[in-house]
Ligand binder design. Structure first.
Ligand code: DOR
Ligand code: ZN
Length: 425
C-alpha cells in the first residue's frame, strides 16, 4: 500500500468499529484478508457530484444509483450539490434531501446548501457546506452579482463551513454567439469569464474556508494557490480538450478548453499544484444531449470513472500515485473534516483495492450510473477490484455487494484548524 509516499507491503488491523487500529509490516489476529500484490489505497472523496435527487421528471440519477456508481468508482464520500429541484435554500429542503440519503445511499454524503442571506444562520447548523453559483445553473436562475459577492462571503464566514464557488462571470459571456460545438461553447464562456470571477475571490474575508470548483486554467490554479484558496480540477478538463468530441456530450460548464490549456492544467495537476481533484458528476439523460447543441444542457457523468482513468495515468507513469492520493483522497477528506482518506490509525477503514494489471476499456454498458453514457467510452481504465467501508466490503470482484449504509456527514473541524488546503505533497 502507499505509506509515507512509497508503495510498500503492509498489513492493516481494523477494530470492531471499522476503524484502522494499526498499520504494520505484519499483524496477528483473525480473520485475515489477503489482497496479494494488489495495492490498497484510501477510498476517494469526491467534493462535487449532482445526483439530481430530488430531481426533475426524467432525471438520470438518484442518491441510490449515484452512490452505487461512486462505490464502484472507489469513492466513499461525496459532496452533493444544491441545484436539485427545488434548489436547497432552506432547512426544510435540506432535511428533505437528508431523508433521501438514509436507507438509500451506498456511501456517505455531505449536503451543500444554496446560501440566501435570510437562511444562512439556520442552514449553517445543518448543512455540510455552501455552494455559490455565480452563473445560472439549472434550475438556479438567480445568482449574486460579483458586486454582491463580498457581502455574501462575509455573511458565510462565521458559519465555519466549507464554501464552494462556481466561478464564471455571466457578464463576460458572449451571448450573441450561437454555439454549434465545444469550441463554440468555449467562445461563449471564455477563460476570461472564469478569471474575472476568481479574481473577485481575492476580497474574501480571511479564515473563510473557500474552494473554487472545476478550475480550467493553470493560471487560475496558481493564482488561487498563492492566496491560500482551495480549488479542484476535474477529469474532463484534465483529459479532454474542446476538440475531443463534436456534440453536446462534450458540453460542460465551464467549457472544455484548447489543447494548450488542457496540457498546462494537466501539468499543474501532475506537479501537485492543484490541491484537489473532483468529478463534477453531472448525469444528463442521453436524450437531452441529442439534437441542437445550443439548447442542450451542460455536464457529463464522472464519479465512477474519475479514479479509474487517473489510476491508468499512474500505471502509464504519467502521474505520481502520491499526487493522485493526496488530491483525490486525503485533501478532500480533510476539507470536509472527515476521518477518511488516509491509511492511518483512527481513520475509518474506507479502502479500495487496485490491481494495476486489470486494465480495461471503459464501456458505458458496464458502468452503473443511471444516465447510461460516458464521454470516455473506450478509454483504458483501472477500476477498483474491492471497496471496503468501515472494514466491510461493499465492492467485491468489481461488483457492488453493499447495503445502503451511507450517512449524511457534516464537517468536524478541530478548534482552530486552518482552513488552508496547501498544494504540493
Ligand atoms: O457542466 C455542468 N453541469 N456544470 C455545472 O456547474 C452544473 C452541472 C449540472 O448540474 O448539470
Ligand atoms: Zn457542478
Amino acid at each position: 500500500m502507499l505509506l509515507a509516499g512509497r508503495l510498500q507491503p503492509a498489513e492493516i488491523a481494523i477494530d470492531g468499529e471499522g476503524r484502522i487500529a494499526s498499520v504494520r509490516r505484519t499483524q496477528t489476529g483473525a480473520p485475515r484478508h489477503d489482497v496479494g500484490d494488489a495495492v490498497i489505497l484510501p477510498a476517494a472523496t469526491d467534493l462535487h457530484v449532482h445526483f439530481r435527487d430530488p430531481g426533475a421528471e426524467g432525471a438520470a440519477e438518484s442518491i441510490a444509483t449515484g452512490t452505487i456508481s461512486a462505490a464502484l468508482g472507489g469513492v466513499g464520500l461525496v459532496a452533493e450539490m444544491p441545484n436539485t429541484v427545488p434548489p436547497v435554500t432552506s432547512v426544510e429542503l435540506l432535511e428533505e434531501k437528508a431523508r433521501r440519503v438514509a436507507g438509500r445511499a451506498a456511501v456517505d454524503v455531505a449536503l451543500n446548501a444554496l446560501p440566501r442571506p435570510a437562511t444562512i444562520p439556520p442552514l449553517a447548523s445543518r448543512a455540510g457546506g455552501f455552494k455559490i453559483f455565480l452563473s445560472p445553473s439549472p434550475p438556479i436562475d438567480t445568482v449574486p452579482s460579483l458586486d454582491e459577492l463580498p457581502s455574501l462571503l462575509a455573511q458565510l464566514a462565521p458559519a465555519g463551513l466549507p464554501v464552494t464557488v462556481h466561478a464564471e462571470d455571466p457578464q463576460r459571456f458572449r451571448t450573441e454567439i450561437v454555439p454549434q460545438d465545444p469550441p463554440g461553447w468555449g467562445r461563449v464562456r471564455p477563460p476570461e469569464s472564469e478569471r474575472q470571477a476568481i479574481e473577485r475571490l481575492g476580497e474574501a474575508p480571511p479564515g473563510l474556508r473557500l474552494h473554487v470548483a472545476h478550475v480550467t486554467t493553470r493560471d487560475a490554479v496558481v493564482w488561487l494557490g498563492a492566496r491560500g484558496i482551495s480549488c479542484e480540477v476535474v477529469p474532463h478538463h484534465l483529459l479532454l480538450s474542446d476538440r475531443s468530441g463534436p456534440d453536446a456530450r462534450w458540453k460542460v460548464n465551464p467549457p472544455l478548453r484548447s489543447e494548450t490549456d488542457r496540457a498546462a492544467l494537466w501539468g499543474a495537476f501532475v506537479r501537485g499544484e492543484a490541491p484537489i481533484v473532483a468529478s463534477d458528476h453531472a448525469p444528463h439523460p442521453p436524450s437531452a444531449k441529442e439534437g441542437d447543441f445550443a439548447q442542450a444542457p451542460s455536464g457529463m457523468p464522472g464519479v465512477e470513472t474519475m479514479l479509474p482513468l487517473l489510476l491508468e495515468k499512474v500505471r502509464a507513469g504519467e502521474l505520481p500515485l502520491a499526487v493522485l492520493v493526496a488530491a483525490a483522497c486525503d485533501r478532500p477528506a480533510r476539507w470536509l473534516g472527515q476521518p477518511v482518506g488516509r491509511i492511518a490509525p483512527g481513520h475509518r477503514a474506507n479502502l479500495v483495492v487496485v490491481d494495476f494489471r486489470s486494465r480495461r476499456p471503459l464501456a458505458a454498458r458496464e458502468l452503473s450510473t443511471a444516465c447510461g453514457w460516458t464521454a470516455f467510452e473506450g478509454w483504458t481504465a483501472i477500476r477498483p477490484v474491492e471497496h471496503w467501508r468501515d472494514g466491510v466490503p461493499i465492492v467485491e470482484g468489481g461488483s457492488y455487494v453493499g447495503r445502503p449504509s451511507g450517512r449524511v456527514v457534516r464537517p468536524e473541524f478541530a478548534p482552530g484548524a486552518t482552513p488552508l488546503v496547501e498544494a504540493g505533497t
